[in-house]
Design a protein around this ligand. Structure first.
Ligand code: ZN
Length: 475
């Protein structure tokens, strides 16, 4: 029984999609004006786990994630860089996609760019005007929140408390003339600082506001009502609150059934900021010599609704987790057809899968789910000498199935095998290994020990098993 915490109702609810086994899901993507930071990455990784777990549970998922390629920041910074808006945003969009790939995040099914949806946005704005939910002032068009039913429900805000919440948050919009401080802009009339960024449309020359972009892209790709909308908790107000007001205002239907938000990320207990020098992108992490997949484990390990306090020491713990997984799969690969069959592997796998599912069904309780997987690994390790070839295959298949949700185990293991293979080739250790086998065979243990030291000094670990010597990487 899959349950999610729904920000809209403030409780855990049984998940029931509109269409039987198909889930329609939208998540807010990046604004293409800079590299994304590790706090943003946490949000994309949360969406990835959510989507993968839905697939694991037998749903097919249509996932849409937008690229905001026109807004105040993209215009400001593209002009500063002396580049066209398109050239500027394309660069950061490509960098973003490359970050997703480095972290083995599944690509969305549709990744719409805001600038390709101007027509849809204009259509929505016109309908909002007709319905009396939008008004013009000085050439720009605003959404009139006093006419909106249930405005602020997602954020748990009463209309009277909105004024305080809005102050300081809507500073850019404040320069425009609005009837109410909480009214937000749908269409911004062209101003000289926008340069060549404008569209000539039925509602005038200008460009869309940020919130209308997500309404237009989600409705066009997923329909007027869809199942899940996610994003970081900082988007609840005003972004998602305004998305609901516009979308429900124009369609008269419920916009989204389940709203899922991930908590934010701190670095060493502090909010990440450039001025504090604790602001990190994936590039920074890689430059420091860390594996992006290890960062992925750090970002996954804490439940998505809990604040994550990131620290570079986290990598020490994660490295040992990765080593445990690598050793486990490596040892499984070494098991030969030995005819042993003392352990009830089917039962172990069955139990673990049940426990994994139970934890994940409970609003993606990942720490519990991971604990169950590591319990399983410990159990198997205890009786690894009594496991046969077919059983090892079943265990491997099970771990890979779980990795369909986690998305880091197989990649980490593959990278390890590639590194090991390259090192064996580059060092020419094979020759030494052969000589040592010969020395061992002829009982020359002095020579065999000398060769072992030589092999280990090249950066390998040498393990003697019943069926021969095995090389591993010494890290
Ligand atoms: Zn959005």
């Amino acid at each position: 029984m899959l349950k999610f915490y729904n920000t809209l109702t403030r409780k855990k609810q049984l998940f029931k999609p509109i269409k039987d086994r198909k889930v329609l899901m939208y998540s807010c993507g990046p604004t293409a004006y800079n590299y994304v930071h590790i706090g943003n990455l946490r949000a994309y990784i949360f969406v990835d786990i959510l989507k993968r777990y839905l697939q694991y549970s037998g749903y097919s998922v249509k996932h849409v994630m937008n690229i905001t390629d026109v807004d105040d920041k993209t215009i400001r910074d593209s002009r500063k860089a002396g580049k066209s808006l398109k050239e500027f945003t394309k660069f950061y969009e490509k960098e973003f996609v490359s970050d997703l790939r480095s972290m083995n995040i599944e690509m969305p099914d549709v990744m719409p760019r805001a600038t390709d949806y101007i027509f849809e946005m204009v259509k929505i704005i016109k309908r909002l005007e007709t319905k009396g939910l939008a008004y013009r002032s000085d050439g720009s068009i605003y959404f009139k929140i006093s006419k909106s039913k249930n405005y602020g429900q997602l954020a748990g805000l009463e209309k009277r408390t909105l004024r305080e919440n809005a102050s300081g948050r809507l500073s850019i919009d404040d320069e425009y003339k609005k009837e109410d401080i909480n009214d937000f802009v749908l269409w911004k009339e062209w101003r000289p600082e926008d340069g060549d960024v404008y569209w000539d449309t039925e509602i005038g020359r200008g460009r869309p506001g940020w919130h209308i972009e997500c309404s237009a892209m989600s409705i066009k790709n997923l329909g007027e009502t869809f199942d899940i909308h996610c994003g970081g908790e900082d988007l609840i107000f005003p972004h998602h609150t305004n998305e609901i007001a516009q979308s429900e205002g124009v369609t008269g239907k419920k916009f989204v059934n389940y709203w899922l938000h991930n908590a934010h990320l701190l670095v060493d207990g502090q909010k990440m900021s450039k001025s504090l020098g604790n602001f990190y992108t994936l590039k920074d992490v890689i430059k420091k010599g860390y594996n992006p997949l290890f960062l992925k484990i750090i970002l996954i390990k804490t439940h998505y609704r809990h604040i994550l306090d990131f620290n570079f020491n986290n990598f020490i713990e994660v490295k040992s987790i990765a080593e445990k997984l690598i050793n486990f799969l490596f040892n499984l690969d070494l098991i030969e057809n030995n005819g042993k069959n003392k352990v009830d592997i089917d039962k172990l796998i069955g139990n673990c899968e049940k426990e994994f599912r139970k934890a994940m069904d409970d609003d993606l309780n990942i720490s519990e789910a991971l604990a169950k997987i590591f319990n399983f690994i410990n159990e198997v390790n205890k009786s690894i000498d009594s496991i046969n070839f077919q059983q090892a295959g079943k265990i491997r298949k099970f771990i890979l199935k779980i990795d369909g949700v986690l998305g880091f185990i197989e990649k980490i293991y593959d990278n390890y095998l590639i590194k090991l293979g390259n090192k064996i080739k580059d060092t020419g250790v094979g020759e030494l290994l052969k000589k040592r086998e010969e020395a061992r065979g002829s009982g020359d243990y002095r020579e065999s020990d000398i060769l072992r030291d030589k092999i280990q000094s090249l950066g390998f670990l040498l393990e003697d098993t019943k069926s021969g010597s095995v090389l591993k990487l010494k890290e």
